[in-house]
Design a protein around this ligand. Sequence first.
Ligand code: URA
Length: 238
Amino acid sequence: MERLQKVIANMGYCSRRKAEELILKGEVYVNGEVVNELGTKVSLNDKIVVEGVTLNKKTKYEYYLLNKPRGVICSAKDDKGRKVVTDLIDTKERIYPVGRLDYDTTGLLILTNDGDLANLLMHPSNEVEKTYLAVIEGIMTTEEIYKLKDGVVIDGVKVVPKRVKVKKRDEVKNKEKVEITIIEGRNHIVKKMFEAVGHPVAKLTRERLAFLDVKGLQSGDYRYLSMNEVKRLKAMKK
Ligand code: URA
């Protein structure tokens, strides 16, 4: 027996977090009965219906690495019919993005229907590093760099970056390119961190996640992760 949200995620319907939301909204039925409490345990023999879709036990896992372009929503679907990241990938499986990149953020995004891997990569306890290149407004002073490196409080929680490196300083345009590595995955986290030291982000791209990067992929292009890469990501579980 496994927790219902874990089974839904493992069957590739959506992430575990999304499954919890759907359960609480009353969108999940087990053997014909609505289940709207978390913590319910089910077995693989139970018939699970989510948002009217009966889950199929034989889901094939798929893993993609996308170089996300600007102007695409990081979601599996959009209520208003706008373009979403899954529209860029040619598959019949119900894949979804692992974590969020903002509408205007570009770069590395993993999409999969493997709920366990998605969870592993998003959970801060596994310390999966995400490296971003930010173009920020203004030039950071030494004090501001130290403040950022020491950690800034975002929505009540302190975030200490793993690394901060100023890559390029443009005194004429009054802008700076900074590489920052974090393990957190909260929404808008990098923008909020730079804002906390007085430098709004003008442009943001995710360059790396763990040992993966987007080298060789044009904006909007994607590739399949190799079995070896998937294995290495799974080995990051602590
Ligand atoms: N942090 C942000 O502020 N935006 C992103 O898209 C990703 C991380």
